[in-house]
Design a protein around this ligand. Structure first.
Ligand SMILES: [Zn+2]
Length: 739
C-alpha cells in the first residue's frame, strides 16, 4: 500500500543525523506565520545535507496525516497544532517530526497522531532496508571483505562471497542488542545516569567495545582434559573420547570448531602437542620419536612413523585453516604453545593423563621441534595463518634458562619461521593467544578442577581511546589523569555489568564450555584495553623514545588502570590491562578523532610503544620500549612486532633473545614480510622487491602480520594496507646486535 501522505522533507534513505540543538536557539513561533523570522533557517536532513526550512511542507504533511484517516481539519485547527512547534536553525527532520507528534497529541488528534507515527515507523523500516541494500551492493563491489565490512571487519576472511555477506548483514543489530543488554544491566547496578554516560562515551569514541558484533565471550585458552575424558558430548557434540591417534586427530578438529563457535575471539589449545605425543606413544610406543624411520603401516604405501606424523599435522592444520560456516566463513583463530623444559615442568609437572601416565618431556621436546620445522616448511607451499604459535621460555639472569630452547628459538627465526616468543622469569603467566597474557593463579594440574594450568583467557575487552581522552582533558583545562580516572572507573563498571550478564547466560546453561570445564570462569579476565598511547603522548609534545618523560607518561596512565583493576578485583572477578592490537580500531579511532578536530598524527594509531613508521627507533630501543619499565602495569600484555626488512642470523636472533630477557620484554615476534608471487604462487620467506625468483614475474604480494595473524597484504582493509606500506622495516647491521 502506498503511503497515504508524505512528509515532504524526507528525501533520502540514510540514518538520521541529528543536528545538535546547541547549534542554534529555538525560536518561539509567532502567531502570524507570514512574518516568520525563521524563513532563512535551514533544516538538516538525515544524510547530513541541508535544505531551506519550509513551514508549508510541514503543514502539508500534517494535512496528509488527517486526510489518511478521513478526519477533517480546518485552518484554525491547523494553526493550533503548528503553534506548539519550536524551530531552530539547523534543526533535524527527526526533531521536527517528534514535535509534530507531540503537537497532534496535545491537540487531542489521536487518530491523526497514530497515523503519523505509523507512517514514520514504516519509513524508518524502509530506510533500514534500503541501507542494508546499499551496504549489500557496496560490499559486493568492494575490493576485499575487510574493506567492504562496515561495522567490524572479520580479521580472518580472505574471500568475499555469499557466506561472508550473510555474516556482515546482522552486525548492526548485534551492536544494538549488546548495547541494550549492557545498559539494562548498568541501570540495575549503578543507575540510569551511568548507563547514559556509557552510551555517550561510546558514541563520542572515548571508549570502544571490542567485538560488539558478537554475543559470545571473547577468547580462551582451553584445557582439553574434559574432551579427553568424555569427548564433545558435554559441549553439544556427539563424539566420544578419543581412543587412538586417528580419533584424536579427527576429533581435535571437530572439538576446536565447536569451541570456537562459542567464542568471539581466539581458541588456544596449549596442550595440543602434549596430547598428540601421548596418542603417538600409545600407538607406537613410548620411544616412538627414536624410531621415527620405522615402517608403521602394512598398506602398500609403507608409511614410516614419521610420515604418519606428517599426515596428522597436515590433516589437522589444513582442516583448521578451512573457512567455517559457523564463523561467517572465517577460519577459527587457533593458537598453540611450545614450552621449554622448565616451563613444561612448571605447568605440567603434576599432570596425569586419564590412564595415570605422565607426559614425557623427551617425546614432547622431539614433537615440538618436529611440528615447528614442518610448519615452517609447509608455509612455503601455502598461506597458512593458523596455528599462531607461541614459544614460552623461562628466563633467568638476562638469558633463556633452557639454553637448548633459546638456541632452537633463534634457529627457527633464522630459518625464516614466524612465531611469537613469550618470556617470563616465573611460570606464573601464560600467553593465552596471539595477544593476551594472563596471570595464572595456580599453575599446577588439578584433578578437582579437571583442568590444567592452561585454562585462562579474556571474557570481554573494553578499550579506552587515550588520544581523545588526553586531548579532551587539555581542552577542558583538566589534568588528564583526573579526566581518565572517571573513564577508567566507568570502564570497570561496564565490564562488571558484562560479567553479570555472562553469569546469567551461564546460569541458563548457555555456556557449556564453562560448565564442561574447558574454560574455568574464575581464571577468565575482564580486559581493559588501551589504544592511542603514542598519539596521546605526542599531543602533549612528548618525544616518543626511551626517555623519562615518556616513561612517566606511560606509567601515569597504566598505573591508573591497574589501580582500578585492583580496586574492582574480587574473588570471582579478575581484571587485566592490554595494549590492544587494534586491527580495525586503530584506523577507526584515527578517523573519528580527526573528524572531531583532535590532533591526529597518523591514519592508524600504533599498537606499540614506539612509532611504527619511525626509522630512528632502532631494534634495541624497541625492545627497551616494550621492556619492563613500560609494560609493568600491562598485566594483559602487549606484543612487540619487530618489523625487519631481512632475516637475521642465528647469532643475532640469539643475542636479541638475551636483550629481550634483559630488558624484560615479555612478548614479541619478528616480522619480515614474505613474498608471494601472484602468477606462479611461489612463496619466498624473504622480503623481495623486484621479481619472483622462480618465474621472474613482477606481480608480487606480501604476507605480513596485520596484527596477530599472518595474512596477505592485499586482504587487509584499504586503510590497513596504507598503514602497512608506511611501516618501517628496520635493517639490522650485524654490529648493532652482536656487540
Ligand atoms: Zn612466480
Amino acid at each position: 500500500m502506498p503511503p497515504a501522505f508524505a512528509f515532504p522533507i524526507i528525501t533520502n534513505t540514510r540514518l538520521a543525523l541529528v543536528a545538535g540543538r546547541d547549534n542554534g536557539r529555538y525560536q518561539p513561533l509567532n502567531i502570524n506565520h507570514n512574518t516568520m523570522s525563521y524563513d532563512q533557517f535551514i533544516i538538516t536532513k538525515r544524510d547530513g545535507t541541508t535544505e531551506s526550512f519550509s513551514l508549508e511542507k510541514i503543514k502539508s504533511a500534517i494535512l496528509k496525516a488527517f486526510a489518511s484517516v478521513g478526519t477533517p481539519i480546518d485552518a484554525t485547527g491547523l494553526t493550533d497544532i503548528v503553534k506548539h512547534l519550536r524551530f531552530c536553525n539547523g534543526m533535524s527532520v527527526e526533531d521536527i517530526q517528534n514535535q509534530v507528534e507531540i503537537a497532534l497529541m496535545a491537540e487531542r488528534h489521536f487518530k491523526a497522531a497514530k497515523a503519523f507515527m505509523l507512517y514514520r515507523q514504516r519509513h524508518f523500516e524502509d530506510r533500514e532496508t534500503a541501507e542494508k541494500l546499499d551496504f549489500l551492493i557496496n560490499y559486493c563491489n568492494s575490493i576485499n571483505p575487510a574493506t567492504g565490512s562496515k561495522f567490524d571487519a572479520n580479521a580472518n576472511v580472505e574471500n568475499k562471497n555469499i557466506a561472508t555477506l550473510i555474516g556482515e548483514l546482522p552486525k548492526q543489530s548485534f551492536i544494538r542488542l549488546n548495547r541494550r543488554l549492557i545498559c539494562n544491566r548498568l541501570k540495575d547496578m549503578y543507575g540510569k545516569e551511568l548507563a547514559d554516560r556509557y552510551i555517550y562515551l561510546l558514541k563520542n569514541h572515548y571508549i570502544y567495545k571490542n567485538d560488539e558484533t558478537s554475543l559470545a565471550n571473547y577468547c580462551a585458552s582451553i584445557t582439553m582434559y574434559p574432551w579427553l575424558l568424555a569427548g564433545t558430548k558435554s559441549i553439544g557434540g556427539n563424539s566420544t573420547a578419543p581412543g587412538n591417534l586417528k580419533s584424536f586427530c579427527g576429533g581435535f578438529v571437530n572439538m576446536v570448531f565447536i569451541v570456537s563457535s562459542m567464542l568471539s575471539g581466539a581458541c588456544a589449545t596449549p596442550e595440543f602437542l602434549m596430547y598428540m605425543s601421548y596418542f603417538l606413544q600409545r600407538e607406537y610406543g613410548d620411544d616412538y620419536y627414536l624410531r621415527a624411520d620405522e615402517k608403521a603401516d602394512l598398506s602398500l604405501r609403507q608409511r614410516t612413523i614419521d610420515k604418519v606424523i606428517t599426515d596428522c599435522f597436515e590433516q589437522i592444520v589444513y582442516s583448521i585453516n578451512q573457512p567455517t560456516g559457523a564463523r561467517n566463513f572465517q577460519s577459527v583463530f587457533w593458537n598453540i604453545s611450545y614450552y621449554d623444559k622448565y616451563y613444561f615442568e612448571s605447568i605440567f609437572g603434576n599432570f596425569c593423563f586419564p590412564d595415570g601416565s605422565r607426559p614425557s618431556w623427551p617425546a614432547l621436546d622431539w614433537l615440538q621441534r618436529r611440528f615447528m620445522r614442518w610448519f615452517n616448511a609447509e608455509r612455503t607451499k601455502t598461506v597458512l595463518t593458523f596455528p599462531v604459535e607461541t614459544m614460552a621460555l623461562l628466563t633467568k639472569d638476562g638469558d633463556v634458562l633452557d639454553t637448548e630452547y633459546g638456541d632452537l628459538t633463534a634457529a627457527m627465526y633464522a630459518d625464516g619461521h614466524s612465531f611469537f616468543t613469550y618470556m617470563s622469569d616465573n611460570a606464573d603467566s601464560l600467553a593465552s593467544c596471539c595477544r593476551l597474557r594472563n596471570e595464572i593463579q595456580d599453575n599446577g594440574f588439578s584433578y578437582t578442577l579437571g583442568a590444567g594450568g592452561v585454562s585462562t583467557g579474556s571474557k570481554s575487552v573494553l578499550t579506552i581511546n587515550l588520544n581523545r581522552c588526553v586531548q579532551q582533558a587539555t581542552r577542558e583545562g583538566r589534568p588528564y589523569t583526573e579526566f581518565l580516572e572517571e573513564i577508567v572507573d566507568l570502564a570497570h563498571k561496564v565490564q562488571l555489568a558484562y560479567d553479570e550478564n555472562l553469569k546469567h547466560l551461564k546460569e541458563k546453561g548457555m555456556l557449556p564450555l564453562f560448565d564442561a570445564g574447558y574454560i574455568n570462569i574464575a581464571r577468565q579476565y575482564l580486559t581493559i584495553g588501551v589504544n592511542g598511547m603514542v598519539e596521546a603522548a605526542e599531543s602533549l609534545g612528548i618525544t616518543i623514545s626511551d626517555n623519562t618523560e615518556y616513561c612517566d607518561f606511560v606509567g601515569s596512565i597504566l598505573s591508573l588502570v591497574e589501580k582500578y583493576n585492583l580496586k574492582y578485583r574480587s574473588k570471582n572477578v579478575l581484571f587485566n590491562c592490554e595494549m590492544i592490537p587494534a586491527e580495525n580500531v586503530g584506523v577507526k579511532h584515527a578517523r573519528w578523532d580527526r573528524e572531531a578536530g583532535y590532533f591526529v598524527p597518523r591514519d592508524c594509531y600504533n599498537s606499540y610503544f614506539y612509532i611504527v613508521e619511525n626509522s630512528d627507533t632502532d631494534i634495541i630501543e624497541k625492545f627497551r620500549l616494550h621492556g619492563r619499565r613500560y609494560i609493568k602495569h600491562l598485566t594483559g600484555g602487549s606484543a612487540l612486532h619487530m618489523n625487519l626488512d631481512e632475516h637475521l642470523s642465528f647469532a643475532q636472533y640469539r643475542q636479541l633473545l638475551r636483550i629481550a630477557a634483559r630488558e624484560g620484554c615479555n612478548y614479541f615476534t619478528f616480522n619480515i614480510p614474505n613474498t608471494l608471487c601472484k602468477d606462479c604462487g611461489h612463496i619466498d620467506k624473504r622480503f623481495l622487491h623486484d621479481e619472483c625468483p622462480k618465474c621472474r614475474s613482477k606481480n608480487l604480494d606480501y604476507l605480513t602480520r596485520v596484527i596477530g595473524y599472518l595474512k596477505r597484504v592485499s586482504n587487509f582493509s584499504l586503510d590497513r594496507q596504507r598503514e602497512a606500506e608506511r611501516r618501517h622495516y628496520a635493517h639490522a647491521e650485524k654490529t648493532e646486535i652482536t656487540c
